[in-house]
Design a binder for this molecule. Sequence first.
Ligand SMILES: Nc1nc2c(ncn2[C@@H]2O[C@H](COP(=O)(O)OP(=O)(O)OP(=O)(O)O)[C@@H](O)[C@H]2O)c(=O)[nH]1
Ligand SMILES: [Mg+2]
Length: 453
Amino acid sequence: MTKPSEFEHGQNAGHSTEAVLFGVVEHGEQRTAAEALHELQLLAATADYVVAGCMVQHRRHPDPHTYLGAGKLAELAEVVKLARSGAVICDDSLTPNQAKKIEAAVGVPVLDRSELILQIFSMHARTPQARLQVELAALQYEMPRLRRKWTHLERQRGGIGVRGGAGEKQIDVDRHMLRERISTVAREIKRIEQHKVREVASRPDLFTVALVGYTNAGKSSLMNRLCDAGVLAENKLFSTLDTRTRPWRLPGGRTILLTDTVGFIKKLPHELVASFHATLEEALAADLLLVLVDGSSPEAAGQLATVDEVLESLGAADLARVTVLNKLDLVEDRSALAEIWHKEPAAVAISVHSGEGLDTLHAAIQQELAEVENRCALMVPHTAGGLLAHIRAKATVISEFYTQEGCLLEVQASPALLGRLLSEGARYAELEDLPEGIKGIEITDDEPPARKS
Ligand SMILES: Nc1nc2c(ncn2[C@@H]2O[C@H](COP(=O)(O)OP(=O)(O)OP(=O)(O)O)[C@@H](O)[C@H]2O)c(=O)[nH]1
Ligand SMILES: [Mg+2]
């Protein structure tokens, strides 16, 4: 039987593009339908649907044939009629068969979570690569569903189903066309990816940090704040679909690279994961991950777990990482973050909006740099003086001292950069060569990285 709270009218009921949202939740779920389907509501709103209501059924598993039980399905049909809504949206992926049965019962188009996310991706895709990746995912999603589409059309024309009919032939034609298009799109994506691989390979040897995290956590906003990047950041899910890399000038003048990319979400359609794999891999070819979490969300711990799962599936679970809790300005009771602090004691809490915690974030980055880079003394002879600007931009300079021979520096730099500097005229010096009183004196305006013991 339905509890009264299981169907709740959305605030926007009464508009033209209305949809009723529905899902299955576990027995014992205490939240109201609207709360349990909160994320689906955000997705629906991002895709320009007006939420007419939310309905959930408590059961152990969705029904394999109809998703909801028969009684609940009839109830959904009733709600659709009452609300005069034009669509229903399911919180899970539906099999083609489940979708067909629900559509027959409710009499309006059925969308599942995957289709909704695909619609959003397609609305937000801006670059040719993202557009093709979304198209590929959509084509692959459509392939097993052709029969449903044609059964529907045959019925509308008063036919008796698709077996052996005109629809069956049309399905073959469509399937052939889809396959052709899939291979064309896949080829085109490969071409763009190869070009990108060359682009990434030709990047200067700078330490690269990739921003990853749940959608809407504030990744693009953080990049804008740190890099003055002008990347679109908005209160919508999946605003960013493309990978963008920008120089990040650390306090003290040294530059590293920061990469922003597509956000994650729970139950991400596998067609999208496959099609965006290269984009994600490009981002994950970083030296360090900044895993951003919306600390103000009641779902923060669950969202972090989803991010971990996606990272694991991409083989990136072991990359060096700093977990960052964002939107601290919205967290009234900071003890609410206890669960995450417990799991990630080194997590840094920040607010992109207020700027709180950004200095701690910078220090954490310096700490990570110190973990993977070498600290040494270099002599740059006057004849190779051109290298100095290069060193100051790409390495952390801890101290520098001019001698008759050249500039003696104490630096912390990546092994690759050190190799380049040595081949271009710098040479190792002994740290002891630095005059007493100069050695270890910080000339940058940031914290000197801790020495490794
Ligand atoms: N109050 C508050 N809002 C923030 C903060 N950081 C980001 N936001 C807001 O959160 C929303 C999402 O920010 P984005 O930067 O687009 O998030 P994203 O992680 O890039 O999201 P996708 O690209 O969709 O995956 C925007 O409305 C931001 O203004 C913060 O520190 N405090
Ligand atoms: Mg973004």
